[in-house]
Design a protein around this ligand. Sequence first.
Ligand code: ZN
Length: 530
Amino acid sequence: MEKKRLYITTPIYYPSGNPHIGHAYCTTLADVIARDRRMRHYETYFLTGTDEHGQKIEKNARLAGLSPLEYVDNMVAVFKKLWEALKISNDDFIRTTQERHVECVQKVFSNLYKNDDIYLGKYEGWYCTPCESFWTETQVGPEHICPDCGRPVEKSTEECFFFKTKKYLNKVLSWYEDPKSVYPESRKNEMVNTFIKPGLEDLCVSRTSFKWGVPLKEGENHISYVWLDALVNYISALGYGTDHDELYQKFWASEETEIIHLIGADITRFHTIYWPEFLTSIGARLPDRVFVHGLLMMKDGKMSKSKGNVVSPYPLIERYGVDAVRYYLVREVVFGQDGQFTPEQFVERINADLVNNLGNLVSRTVSMVDKYFGGKIPEFKSDINEFDHELEIMTNNTINSYVEKMNNLEVTEAYIDVMNLLGRANKYIEESTPWVLAKDENKKENLESVMSHLARVIFVGSKLLEPILVDKSKEIFIQLGLNELETDFDNLSNVNLLNNHQVNKTGVLFPRLDVAKEVEYIKNLMGGNK
Ligand SMILES: [Zn+2]
């Protein structure tokens, strides 16, 4: 069943450092998916936010001489500013310190408790402070290293509430049987082999050794374990458990809604084992897809300040424009795989795809329509020239493959197809030689057909690129003389849409970048980012 409603979420980010291009990656991809579905008339709800509780925040705030809330307020403003600069179209921004969220966590905890899925016990184990995770002796090994992040762990004992993780394990395993539930498949196997098969231990879901968290009604001095707290954001933002839960009913409870969580690999366990269990305990349905995206890394590994290889997205947006940065993020790294940021690839990608392929096609076509037909796009006719049919078929195939791939979250692949279509159209210009046709009055119909075919490809390409190129696509529509209503997605199949439209020559869409100069510029940014 194809679902016509979408709820898509990013992880809620931990506001303990300045966001870099790696943070921008996941949120931009989620934004492109959300914008694509809105464009295709899906009812869409897109959530992002910040994860603001925990011992590490408490500690960092103390070091900064601030209260935890003052500390996170400052950091959250930084994240929000970045999303604004990247034109992220989220419908809501959840903060785990908000009253609506705190009340929801308490409600969920009480429901788990009432269902007899939680009991009071004593915890003795190895604790990783950065990950806020308890580990067993076997998991940390003789080196006493956190299996998630590889940092050293500390021995710790405290009274806490435990969640009975074996009770709903069958439900999780049957959810795994749906091939879409966890992507990529290797992550699912990793969960089964690393955590489930060796015997899942009950999960400690409360803490008493520090204060910065959601206080629990079931135990004095107990606050919610940050992971229970954090995961609940996906439903607290929708009003779960309140008497104004229309969003929850529509975007979570309804089977008509496709629910997609985009996450990084380091938080797979929480999203694909415990989160489905908590949901099952409170009688809620499970997400349709947990999609584990790859990492955008630097050549010498993960971005870190000490390596001097952090790329801040701001100067890139300022110099190259938000559309170019968004396009790079979607296209350079195949969604679902790891990728590397290099200044060379960034500059070359923009030149190859946006300047040469898209930009050239638009400027050449608009100029020719202007020159040969006084700016009026000729009427569309099929099969006048040798290569018309092939281009027309490819255009229709690209629309279909785009829809299919986007539905399947093959975002990068969908846009490779779009770029191939534009590349084919550039080649079609060379094959059809409109400048030769223009010299022969008997070839007028042939010339008309070339122009109308090119205009159609430009409309289809720029419409499909609109979820990424949030500004430039609109500029192209204006160049084609289209009004906003005409650019509706449903008009993509109408080959006559552009007949007799008056083109408007405007400025250059994407200026050509001087590779050596721009690579130098970005390298300086990376070195100078201190
Ligand atoms: Zn860790």
